[in-house]
Design a protein around this ligand. Sequence first.
Ligand code: CAA
Length: 287
Amino acid sequence: MDINSIKTIGVVGCGLMGAGIVETCARAGYSVIVREVNDGLLEKGLKRIRASMAKGVEKGKLAQADMDAAMARIKGTLSLADFKGCDLVVEAAVENMDLKKTIFTELDTICRPDTILASNTSSLCVTEMAAATERPDKVLGLHFFNPVPVMPLLEIVRALLTSDETVELGCALGDKLGKTVVVAKDRPGFIANLLFVPYALDAIRWLDAGLAGKEEIDTTMKLGFNHPMGPFTLMDFVGLDTLLFIADAMYAEFKDSRYAAPPLLRRMVQAGLFGRKSGRGFYTYTK
Ligand code: CAA
């Protein structure tokens, strides 16, 4: 399989990340099939894609005709069996290893033997997902960043048995999608979260210790380092439940206290304070 044979991309899951991946692929000219588990979630995901592209049109980044053409290239489904003709599939389901392994095993039987299977996981082991298939050489991680149509980075994860050809194909796809690609080994957190998570957890520890308020810490990183968002705004944006999940996965693997979630983070997640998506995290949000 070479990059020019990739015409149809399947995306499993149309949540925040899945919808962004679908939009980015459709805008790059690919036919995209996206699977959700029920009509309500599928409709919500497609609405999210439409709204994001409309914002692109409003901001002058996308012509209305290109938005209409991209929308016409997207097809929703409730069945993975519709991925039969896909040349590459990106799994963007919830971060649950058992669920991901089931999806990979199903895709392995549904898709052609040369189809590339990828996961958008931000912390789970891609090698374990690959082992749930008969084609571990054709499995890799394609880790996109939120908001996917705007963020220029694509982290490619080379699992233990991923072939050079598959990594090269992932790099070529990143190029077609207008992303800058970095390749990392299959370790929890890859490059981005391996560096971001200890920084975020430290910000929480120092907030809890009374070093300064969240606004002061955010302002410091925004104005002192030119970060577009301070750590608390960014954690709310990423989702505190997601951050906790990634930190726990990293701690489980490395047993290093740098990755141990501080009690305040765990309490906030237990209390349902997930950040922007739930309306409250470190800050409060009104829709
Ligand atoms: N299509 C095309 N362009 C779009 C667009 C769309 N759908 N939506 C927005 N844009 C463009 C805008 O036109 C704008 O472009 P210009 O700068 O040229 O004007 C740019 O994108 C920024 O958009 P906005 O004006 O809407 O908003 P903003 O300036 O407040 O930026 C943001 C929003 C991009 C999210 C910015 O705040 C930011 O960069 N935040 C940090 C995001 C980040 O760190 N994400 C990573 C999270 S971690 C993750 O995802 C992975 C993980 O594993 C946890």
